[in-house]
Design a protein around this ligand. Structure first.
Ligand code: ATP
Ligand code: MG
Length: 425
């Protein structure tokens, strides 16, 4: 828009005439004077209007006027433009908004989750909701930055596959012309196929999971941030995953994260600690329970000043077919999870890179190697020792910001009940 100033830049334009464009956030009537809070991508500012105007929240306006310093006693220390205001001289309405279904003017958007999601294109505009996705963008940017620094090439992988990635029932079937196909449960197989091409790759991809359980930490479509590395051993992979995890979180510049040295524990060591600390005996379980994850994170924060903890050596049987069993004790695998503030945010492993061993593993997981023909080619023709990991974007966002439900950390969350709109009325 010609001559438009961004709201934040008005701080440097005291006494000058400006034109700002944005959305009416709040309208306050004080006798004959009307105050508007107007919001654009840079910030929010108070506009003073002396003649009555028919303006409502979410109307899109361009306002010309003079930037004035506010009287000392009316300075608002909570916003970056709190020392100034604009006295309006001309108002142009670019788009009128219908009456809102709820009040968006308060400090909190006091809505139940279903309403928050039913009106998503509206509620995303709310500053505190929008902030979640600004942080999420930082996580994505931080991940990309560290992955590139580690010499990974960014790849884009398909989301439709002829066989299921991880096996199991949690796979969406799709009609593919005259055939049945599947939505990928992770970018796993494709990123592995790229190791003999680039050695090191990363991808940001959707993972489709037909998880029939309704929890606060599972989505039907999640976003995974994946890396895969050739010529690495288990110790290298632990160093790499901890580097990527902590650098990605550091990039958000959230000062509240504890970055002490990350403790590394095997699953069995973890369960021993939990038994000692809480008396709960899960020492024979094949995975951590949600409460175990909370307890071991509390332990790590208390004893190592770390919000992150790495858990290794999950039982081989509980892991996908491509996971390398520990040669020293094949019942357990060279696998790892990274936990952050009480929840798993990442999984990964050293992979089986020997062709024959991989074929056997596919068979022993009850699957048919014929369905993995192209994937197996990568191993038939020279695959170095390799491994990698996968971070869940929404999980990281949720626990960084302390959100109660993962749906709040997805722009347009999909679950059993909802694909934008509620599926059952
Ligand atoms: P969980 O045990 O927590 O259900 P998972 O072990 O099945 O997760 P992985 O296959 O290890 O998940 O996926 C890698 C990462 O992707 C997880 O650590 C998690 O952060 C994220 N993730 C996986 N499934 C989901 C989901 N359904 N919704 C949101 N995030 C997910
Ligand atoms: Mg996992």
């Amino acid at each position: 828009m010609e001559g438009r100033s961004l709201i934040l830049d008005c701080n440097n334009k005291i006494g000058e005439k400006v034109k700002i464009c944005g959305w009416v956030q709040v309208r306050r009537d004080h006798g004959k004077i009307l105050f508007l809070d107007v919001l654009d991508r840079s910030g929010i500012i108070q506009v003073v209007i002396t003649d009555k105007q028919d303006l409502h929240p979410q109307d899109v306006v361009c306002i010309e006027g003079k930037v004035n310093k506010r009287p000392e006693n009316l300075v608002n220390k909570n916003i970056p433009t709190g020392e100034i205001e604009i006295s309006a001289e001309n108002i142009e309405v670019l788009s009128k908004a219908e009456e809102l279904p709820f009040d968006m003017g308060g400090k909190e958007l006091d809505l139940q989750l279903p309403t928050l999601l039913d009106f998503r294109s509206l509620t995303l505009r709310y500053p505190k909701v929008k902030e979640i996705f600004r942080v999420q963008a930082k996580i994505l940017e931080g991940f990309r930055k560290i992955a590139k620094e580690l010499d990974c090439v960014e790849i884009v992988v398909p989301e439709i596959a002829a066989s299921s990635t991880e096996g199991g029932a949690e796979v969406f079937k799709v009609d593919y012309f005259d055939h049945k196909a599947f939505l990928t449960q992770s970018p796993q197989l494709y990123k592995q196929m790229l190791v003999p091409v680039f050695e090191r790759v990363f991808t940001i991809a959707h993972a489709f999971r037909a998880e029939p359980s309704v929890t606060t930490r599972h989505l039907a479509v999640a976003t995974q941030m994946d890396c895969e590395f050739g010529f690495v051993d288990f110790e290298d992979l632990l160093d790499l995953l901890e580097k990527v995890g902590s650098e990605t979180l550091k990039y958000t510049q959230d000062g509240s994260i504890a970055f002490g040295k990350i403790p590394r524990l095997t699953l069995r060591e973890t369960q021993e600690i939990i038994f000692k600390e809480t008396g709960r005996d899960n020492r024979k379980e094949k995975d951590l329970t949600p409460q175990d994850e909370v307890d071991i994170c509390n332990w790590a924060l208390k004893n190592h000043k770390s919000d992150l903890v790495t858990i290794t050596h999950f039982p081989t049987k509980a892991k996908p077919f491509y996971t390398m069993p520990d040669p020293k004790d094949p019942q357990y695998s060279l696998s790892y999870d990274l936990l952050f503030r009480g929840v798993e945010i990442m999984s990964g492993s050293q992979r089986i890179n020997d062709y024959e061993q991989l074929v056997e593993s596919i068979i022993s997981h009850g699957m048919d190697p014929k369905n993995f023909e192209m994937y197996l080619q990568a191993f038939k023709y020279g695959m170095p020792p390799e491994g990698g990991f996968s971070f869940g974007l929404e999980r990281m966002t949720m626990h960084l910001l302390g959100l109660a439900n993962i749906r709040e950390a997805s722009l347009f969350p999909r679950d059993m009940e909802r694909v934008d709109v509620r599926l059952s009325k």
